[in-house]
Design a protein around this ligand. Structure first.
Ligand code: ADE
Length: 249
């Protein structure tokens, strides 16, 4: 499942070029059971199945033996710390990571207590297993590794890298369905373009993810611009089409 996704596109190319090394391990192959079972019913009763400690431990021991220095062992779980770009950056600096994917209703706690360095979640919702979460973590981390992206500014400027959402982008044609590209982007004045992009980045963050502004590093000019946005609030958010909608029910 993970191979089908990660061996494609940018991560697949980076892997083949040797910039990153991604390996996949099937826990079932480490089961001693004649049907290669890896789960059993929970002690104490209840619904669902629990992954057994031994096949997981046998798999992890075999994988750990292939590393010279112990990699960080991370268990994907909705109980973990929620993944952020800051966390992705920190993970990209490690020399190796093992992502353990649980399934069914859970994993025997004794395995987790013995092997896991940390639990990581990709958001406050529940998936059927850790694989999709592991692919999310792998993709986000891989693109920060040396050589994976051609142009490193593609991630130093993007959403979340500096605590803000990114500015909008435009490409040819200059007019599409009667809508023109903002004039400032056409005149080649670098400082003006940078200033416009910063303002649009602040604007996007202010309207779409105002919670991010609390921790974003902001300059005096940024604060001034945000004060301007606040003073014309309401009108602007309507114009952007982001009038408040409650999707919670
Ligand atoms: N496994 C099930 N749900 C998950 C989540 N939200 N994040 C990471 N792993 C999970």
């Amino acid at each position: 499942m993970c191979e089908a996704v990660l061996d494609e596109s940018i991560t697949g190319r980076a892997k083949r070029a040797g910039h990153i090394d991604i390996r996949y391990h099937h826990i079932r192959y480490y089961s001693e059971d004649k049907h290669r079972r890896t789960d059993d019913s929970p002690y104490g009763g209840g619904s669902g199945m629990v992954m057994q400690a031994e096949p997981l431990a046998a798999c992890l021991d075999a994988v750990l033996a292939t590393f010279d220095t112990r990699p960080r062992v991370i268990y994907l779980s909705p109980q973990g710390q929620v993944l952020t770009q800051k966390k992705v950056v920190a993970l990209s600096k490690l020399s190796g990571i093992i992502l353990v994917c649980g399934h069914y209703e859970g994993v025997d706690q004794r395995f987790l207590d013995t092997y896991i360095d940390e639990e990581l979640s990709i958001g406050d919702y529940v998936l059927t297993g850790g694989e999709i979460a592991a692919m999310v973590v792998t993709d986000a981390v891989a693109r920060l590794c040396d050589g994976v992206l051609r142009d490193t500014s593609s991630y130093t400027e993007e959403s979340h890298y500096n605590g803000l959402l990114e500015h909008p982008h435009y490409t040819r044609p200059a007019i599409w369905r009667g809508m023109a590209v903002p004039e400032v982007l056409l005149n080649g004045h670098h400082a003006h373009i940078e200033a416009w992009r910063r303002q649009k980045s602040l604007e996007n963050t202010y309207y779409k993810r105002p919670d991010l502004l609390e921790n974003a590093p902001l300059t005096e000019a940024d604060h001034q611009y945000l004060a301007e946005l606040r003073s014309k609030d309401g009108k602007e958010s309507q114009a952007l089409g982001y009038a408040e909608q409650d999707l919670s029910t």
